[in-house]
Design a protein around this ligand. Sequence first.
Ligand SMILES: *[C@@H]1O[C@H](CO)[C@@H](O)[C@H](O)[C@H]1NC(C)=O
Ligand SMILES: [Cu+2]
Length: 235
Amino acid sequence: MHISLLAGALALAPSASAHFLFPHLMLNGVRTGAFEYVREHDFGFMPHNNDWIYSPDFRCNEGSWRHRREPKTAQVTAGRDVVGFNLHLDFDLYHPGPVTIYLSRAPGDVRDYDGSGDWFKVYQLGHRYPFDGRDESWLGFGQKNFQFRLPAQIPAGEYLMRIEQMSTHPPYRQKEWYVQCAHLRIASNYTGRAPGPTIRFPGGYNINDPAIQYDSWDPRKPTVVPLPGPQIWPN
Ligand SMILES: *[C@@H]1O[C@H](CO)[C@@H](O)[C@H](O)[C@H]1NC(C)=O
Ligand SMILES: [Cu+2]
C-alpha cells in the first residue's frame, strides 16, 4: 500500500505538487519512514475546504480510522525528545499560512483512539513581523520539517499528535486544510496542572474565527494575521 501510494505520488507529481501530506514523523532530527508512526488516510494530497472544520474527519483526516492499527507508536520522553513532521517525498511546503501541532491523550491505546477528546496546542508557526502579505513571509513557507522539543509539562500516556496546515492563498475566507496524526507514547513524571486550554474537533474552530476570516486577497494587508486555535501550552 505504501509503495503504491508513493508510485502514485510520483505519477501525479507535476499536477499535484501544489498539495502535500505529512507521512513522516521526525524523531530527534531523524526522518522516520512514511506512515511508520503516522496514521494514513484515504484523501492523499488533496486539501479540504472550510466546511471540513465541522467534520470529525478534521481530527486525523478522512479514512484514517481504518488505518489506526497500521502505524507503530513512537516512544518519546517529555522535556527531552524533539518530535515533528516532515512532508512527503522531501517536498517543501509551498503554501502560505500557519502550521499548528496539537496533542490529545488517548484513554488507553492510541491505536484505538479516534481523537474525540481534548486537544492542546504545543507548536505553531506563524509569520514574520510585521506581516507584509507575501507568501514567503509565512515562516513555514518553503520548509519541509516542523519540529519542536516536547514540553516537560505533559502527563505520561499515549497521544495522537496532529499537524494542521491552513493555507491562506484561496480567495476571501476560503482556506485549504491539511491534517495528519502520529502515534506517540510519552514517558513523563509530570503531575501538575492538566495541559490547556483545550479544544475539540469538531467544535474548536468556527468559520467566524479571525484566523479563518483573514482574506489574503484583500489589498489591505494586516501587519498581524491571527492564528487558529487556542494559546500554546505551556505558554
Ligand atoms: C522520572 O523520575 C525518575 C527519578 O527521578 C527518573 O529516573 C526518570 O528518568 C524520570 N522519567 C522521566 C520520563 O522523566
Ligand atoms: Cu494546495
